[in-house]
Design a protein around this ligand. Structure first.
Ligand SMILES: Nc1ncnc2c1ncn2[C@@H]1O[C@H](COP(=O)(O)OP(=O)(O)OP(=O)(O)O)[C@@H](O)[C@H]1O
Ligand SMILES: [Mg+2]
Length: 270
């Protein structure tokens, strides 16, 4: 089977894309605005995953990627839950889109219709297995900020949960609170929006949390890129489908390093 261009980096690192089929990656943090959607979207693309959007507001990955549901359109996720079947991704198979991961879009009704944590975990395990068999891909979940039932279920089902970690006071406090609750699950802190030399205080804090909860910190940190929030392109930064943007080169390099670490850690713990 030919390996799509977007996954050829894996081959260079000795990872077969099919090794990840059926795996569950969750991107979560209790604090809002730390880069969950950004990281989930980029990782889903690089890992060849199906992105499942568990966010229910305007900042969702579905909207960032240019998915515009008609008003009052039914939710693919809620329909799947109600009918006890696996949702079908858009932008997969013959409908693949350049620069975008396959997507199971989110919906504003999901806030009120989300299942309990235990029920979410159960259905995600079933969906990941079926989507893995059908499409040969893992799933990546983008979650709503905080510890809502769907987020906790997604963390408990995940082979690895990626936590964007921002070296600021309230963000680190929220991280500490999160680790107290879910610190026993397989987690990876990914420093995001960092300066060239993060303040010692926050580095020390992150290391203390890492040691206390046995949660590794990613090898690479993602720096703060001032142009990123105003970027309008609907394709991911790490897309191989558009011409490389020079200013994005260090970001894309970090994202590739982190995607590799995520894949390797997941495969090492199975
Ligand atoms: N490394 C970075 N450098 C600069 N800006 C970034 C970086 N990562 C994310 N951002 C920007 O920060 C903003 C928040 O990111 P994002 O929406 O991914 O966060 P979130 O955690 O998903 O937020 P929410 O909690 O609302 O879901 C966006 O404008 C995004 O482009
Ligand atoms: Mg988000």
């Amino acid at each position: 089977m030919t390996v799509p261009l977007r996954q050829q980096w894996m081959i260079r690192h000795g990872i077969a894309p099919s090794d990840l089929a059926g795996k569950i990656f969750t991107v979560a943090a209790y604090k809002g605005g730390v880069g969950k959607t950004f990281l989930a979207t980029e990782l889903a693309y690089l890992l060849g995953a199906i992105l499942i959007d568990f966010e229910w507001d305007e900042g969702s990955a579905s909207i960032a990627l240019g998915y515009h549901p008609e008003d009052r359109q039914r939710s693919i996720i809620i329909d799947a839950i109600n009918n006890e079947r696996t949702p079908r991704p858009i932008w997969a198979g013959d409908h693949e889109q350049p620069g975008r991961p396959a997507l199971i879009p989110g919906h504003s009704d999901f806030e009120d219709r989300q299942p309990s944590a235990a029920a979410t975990a159960k259905l995600l395990n079933a969906w990941a297995a079926e989507l893995g068999t059908k499409y040969g891909r893992p799933i990546v979940l983008d979650t709503h900020p905080g510890g809502s039932p769907s987020t906790l279920g997604a963390i408990s089902a995940a082979n690895l949960t990626i936590i964007p970690t921002v070296f600021k006071e309230r963000e680190m406090q929220a991280l500490e609170g999160m680790l107290k609750e879910v610190g026993d699950y397989p987690l990876l802190m990914v420093p995001n929006m960092t300066s060239a030399s993060p303040p010692d205080r926050f580095l020390t804090w992150a290391v203390r949390l890492s040691e206390t909860y046995q949660v590794p910190i990613a090898d690479d940190f993602i720096r703060n890129y001032a142009w990123l929030p105003s970027r309008a392109l609907r394709m991911v930064n790490s897309s191989v489908d558009h011409a490389p943007v020079k200013k994005a080169a260090p970001l894309v390099a970090s994202l590739n390093t982190i995607a590799k670490e995520v894949a390797v850690r997941c495969l090492a713990t199975q």
